[in-house]
Write a protein that binds this ligand. Structure first.
Ligand code: MN
Ligand code: MN
Length: 453
């Protein structure tokens, strides 16, 4: 009898039929990635998917009936998908899945447009944790909305179709980089230099800001907006790249914004496809990358309101419903990267290809800021995952005291709900083009499906 604990590579134990399921599943995920690059677009795309599956719009305060399939669209940036089950919610609570759909990016400032040396630029303020040099000299697209004074909303996507122009941030040539090369990365790459090139053609007869005026003319012709309208805009620069298979064997999938759509997509498929009597609440949250603040982030009271509405509709005590609920906080973890081996602790980090990773805790400097799930809850989940033959592993973000990070887990757990982090290991996390193993994406789908049963 072998008493040792070993991880398994999903591909090495999968038969041909399972490999085909993994690859087929990721074709759907690729479409999901390419159709939604921002929190707003991902919510819009997810609403399309759940509506096609028969889910109906829910308004807070409406009665919820057993068997209802509902969704609440929170300001176009967050989504709550509810499967009202027939099981006793006083006893079983609600099975909650949470992922976030915002990703690191460059937001436009409110007064962004300027001109220098006959080049027009848009100033940005980065959102979430980025390495600034990643965003230089790559094709960038602009996505978002401009809301006019009369309330009219103008949707903008530029840079995604093959005919579209893209936007661009420059870098200094190596021949002249001797000074920059001796600086620290923090000193060498300044946020205020992350300015998108948007034009270079001066308008004839203008001697001041002639290029900027040309850009404004084009924006006005196409979208009917003027410079002041940037004040009430949310425009986000994201990489103008599509999801692509990586490797000759296509084991991996690269994309912008796997964090955390690689958990959001399996959450949705698990919720829609699993046969279950449980009540399932699946949440796509915004603002995780900046602390889950605000009324579209997971610190917002809305989750509590929805759980209260379920309790009221089912005629049970809301405190009891919460106490018996449980949650998978589905967010990515750092995968082991052999090129940066010293950043990780090899016994506990998640490996790409070895299944979805459960992070008992996150945090920094002695688990600070972490949810740290209980042994009892993890023991229960081990049983659930084993029953469905889900290959999974543990994950720990990196070497102790090297850094750290947090997720939404603690904000769910604060409602007296057992919660643990579980998600797909990612290489090059928070870069413009992140990498995952397709096997782990499908493993997440299987794990979330087992959880909501
Ligand atoms: Mn994340
Ligand atoms: Mn993140």
């Amino acid at each position: 009898m072998d008493l040792t604990y070993k991880r398994q590579n999903v591909y090495s134990v999968a038969d041909e039929a399972e490999k085909k399921r993994i690859f087929d599943y990721c074709e759907g995920y690729k479409k999901f990635l390419d159709n939604g690059k921002t929190e707003r677009e991902t919510v819009t795309e997810s609403v399309k998917i759940v509506e096609a599956a028969g889910y109906k719009k829910y308004t807070l305060g409406d009665k919820i009936n057993k068997g209802d399939k509902l969704y609440l669209n929170n300001r176009g940036k967050g989504l709550f998908i509810l499967r009202a089950g027939t099981a006793d919610v006083a006893k079983n609570g609600v099975r909650i899945l949470v992922a976030h759909v915002d990703s690191p990016r460059l937001d436009l400032k409110q007064v962004p447009l300027f001109e220098k040396a006959d080049i027009a630029f848009l100033k940005t303020h980065y959102y979430g944790g980025i390495k600034k040099y990643h965003w230089l000299t790559i094709p960038l697209a602009l996505h978002g909305v401009v809301v006019l004074k009369d309330g009219k909303k103008v949707d903008i996507v530029i840079g995604e179709s093959d005919e579209d122009p893209v936007f661009y941030i420059t870098d200094l040539l190596p021949h002249l980089s001797q000074e920059i090369n001796t600086k620290t990365i923090a000193e060498g790459f300044q946020a205020e230099n992350l300015n998108l090139i948007v034009g270079g053609m001066p308008v004839g007869g203008e001697d001041k800001d002639a290029v900027k005026k040309g850009v404004l003319n084009l924006l006005n012709e196409k979208y009917g907006i003027v410079e002041e309208d940037f004040l009430s805009a949310e425009l986000e620069a994201v990489p103008a790249v599509k999801a692509k298979d990586v490797g000759l064997d296509r084991a991996f999938l690269a994309s912008y914004g796997h964090d955390d759509r690689v958990c959001a997509y399996p959450e949705i498929t698990a919720t829609l496809q699993t046969e279950t009597e449980q009540t399932v609440l699946t949440i796509l949250a915004d603002k995780e990358e900046i602390g889950s603040e605000g009324n579209t982030g997971m610190q917002c009271i809305l989750i509590r309101d929805i759980l209260d509405e379920i309790a009221k509709s089912y005629g049970v005590n809301p405190a009891v419903l919460r106490a018996n609920s449980m949650c998978l906080s589905a967010d990515v973890t750092a995968g082991y990267d052999p090129a940066y081996a010293s950043a990780f602790e090899e016994m506990n980090v998640g490996f790409v290809g070895k299944g979805v990773a459960m992070n008992k805790f996150t945090g920094a400097r002695g688990k600070s800021g972490s949810n740290d799930a209980s042994a009892e809850f993890i023991g229960y989940l081990r049983g659930v995952l084993a029953k469905d033959n889900v290959i999974w592993q543990t994950g720990e973000l990196g070497r102790v005291d090297l850094g750290g990070g947090g997720t939404v887990a603690k904000f769910i757990a604060n409602n007296n709900i057992d919660t643990v982090d579980m998600g797909v290991p990612v290489l090059s996390m928070h870069s413009p083009y992140e990498l995952v193993s397709k096997a782990d994406v499908y493993s997440a789908h299987k794990a979330f499906s087992a959880f909501v049963k």
